[in-house]
Design a binder for this molecule. Structure first.
Ligand SMILES: [Zn+2]
Length: 476
């Protein structure tokens, strides 16, 4: 098996690797809806476990709301309706009957949740309300679909909160960012945190913050968003509470989402010519034990391998013993490399004799002999090193992806060739953003949220006084 060149043909590489690594079965009979295979799903479960833990630790409660959203609910917040309508899939019939009320398949759950929040919230004592939902989302995007990068159906976590003051809602936005960053840190992601331009704000929100990470082909991928909704929805849905001063007031709201797209980012950011490299702390399997033996040694080697498995599991490591018969060790090495398991543990008769094992790092390929009794400790140390290695490499990818074009011609040239993020001065006018889009296909992604940047010149597109520093990129 030979993978296409990751740098030169990223999409071909990506498509091949998610297939060979058993992430997604691309033979799904429904365009844009994935069949996520057990190994791919176990990576999602690791992400879910981490984020779910963070959400619960900060007072979020999980709940579940209907997949179907009545049309009149969707219409209640006008901007929201306008924003989503081109992508909404509808149920209009049941059997041979036309439904009297058209039902949307949720493109996001604000409207159906907020109708219920209106009933749940009575007084300031009911606030803050912090609800999370794990579910699937349906968006019939007109763009070409690509597994996990751009789907019509995907899985996600959507957090929705209600607060008594604007200040608390603002603080909630910051909290949600910390939760997501905790997940991204475990995934060794590197990204820009940007505030989207006004015209690209989530439909119905005051402002939207997004995480954009660079991929090796120069395109960027949004891996999470968080929105300050202000009182727009709460007024449309009449979500009020009696405050301490006995007055009825509308709540302030936020919402945020993180989806299976993160798996695509992990694959794209960390993989190499041999396949995936799964970051150690979200890897469903951190160590795979591959026993090596001739026929007559099998019993002895398997016994030692099982003993090692028990020991490592006891140390809290995620380990699998590959004792499948009929496959050579070389074949197994290859398969676990494609799947990106961080450490391979080789154990043969010679190792038993020397009371040692061989640990092989997936990222560097380095082989390390370790005394059997020290294996767990050493493996923990190596996992930490792999994590640091992947993070450093991702940071470098981000750093290298940022260009500083000096004029419009250079911007166009960069965005038509190597792409990445171009840091430029912008006047804030949507017409200028449209011109870039027409000339290059790239968008104004927004201003940095994690650090203040002041423009020091004129808009790179029209030449009038710049209002902000923005990052331009082509997104998936
Ligand atoms: Zn301009």
């Amino acid at each position: 098996m030979k993978l296409p060149d990751k740098e030169k043909e990223f999409l071909q590489w990506y498509t091949a690797v998610i297939e060979y690594a058993n992430i997604v079965d691309k033979r799904s009979p429904v365009k844009g809806s994935n069949v996520i295979m057990p190994y791919g799903y176990s990576i999602w479960e690791s992400i879910v476990a981490k984020l779910d833990g963070e959400l619960k630790a900060t007072g979020h409660k999980n709940a579940y709301f209907p997949l179907f959203i009545p049309e009149d609910y969707l219409e209640k917040e006008a901007e929201h309706f306008e924003g989503f309508i081109p992508e909404v899939a509808w149920v209009t019939r049941a059997g041979d009957r036309e439904l009297d009320r058209k039902l949307a398949l949720r493109p996001t759950s604000e409207t159906i949740m907020y109708e219920m929040f209106r009933l749940w919230i009575r007084s300031h004592g009911d606030l803050p309300l912090k609800i999370n939902q794990w579910c699937n989302i349906i968006r019939f995007d007109t763009k070409e679909t690509k597994p996990l990068l751009r789907d019509r159906e995907f899985l996600w976590s959507e957090g929705h909160t209600c607060h008594s003051t604007a200040k608390e809602a603002e603080e909630q936005v910051r909290e949600s960012m910390e939760l997501y960053e905790a997940v991204y840190r475990e995934s060794c992601m590197s990204y820009l945190i940007v505030r989207r331009p006004k015209y690209d704000t989530f439909a119905g929100a005051i402002y939207s913050i997004a995480y954009d990470c660079p991929l090796p082909d120069g395109r960027t991928l949004q891996i999470g968003t968080t929105h300050n909704l202000g009182q727009g929805f709460s007024k449309a849905f009449n979500i009020t509470f009696q405050d301490k001063d006995k007055k009825n007031k509308n709540v302030y709201q936020t919402c945020y989402g993180l989806s299976t797209r993160l798996i695509a980012a992990i694959v794209g950011m960390h993989g190499d010519e041999k396949g995936l490299i799964i970051p150690p702390y979200i890897a469903p399997i951190q160590i795979v034990i591959v026993p090596i033996y001739q026929k007559e040694q099998r019993e002895e080697v398997i016994k030692a391998s099982e003993k090692m498995l028990k020991k490592l599991l006891k140390a809290g490591l995620k380990v699998e013993l590959d004792k499948r018969e009929g496959y050579t060790p070389g074949w197994k090495f290859n398969e676990w490399e494609v799947r990106g398991v961080p450490i391979r543990l080789e154990l043969g008769p010679r190792d038993i004799e020397n009371d040692q094992v061989v640990l092989v790092r997936r990222d560097t390929g380095e082989k390390i002999s370790v005394p059997m009794k020290d294996t767990a400790k050493k493996a923990e140390k190596i996992l930490e090193e792999i994590h640091d290695f992947l993070q450093k490499r991702a940071d470098k990818l981000l750093e290298d992806s940022i260009s500083h074009p000096k004029d419009y011609k250079e911007l166009v040239n960069i965005q038509k060739t190597k792409r990445g993020f171009s840091r430029v001065n912008w006047c804030g006018d949507e017409a200028c953003a449209e011109k870039v889009k027409d000339d290059t296909g790239a968008d104004v992604r927004g201003t940095r949220e994690d650090k203040k940047e002041k423009p020091d010149g004129v808009c790179i597109i029209c030449g009038t006084k710049a209002k902000e520093v923005v990052y331009i990129a082509s997104a998936y």
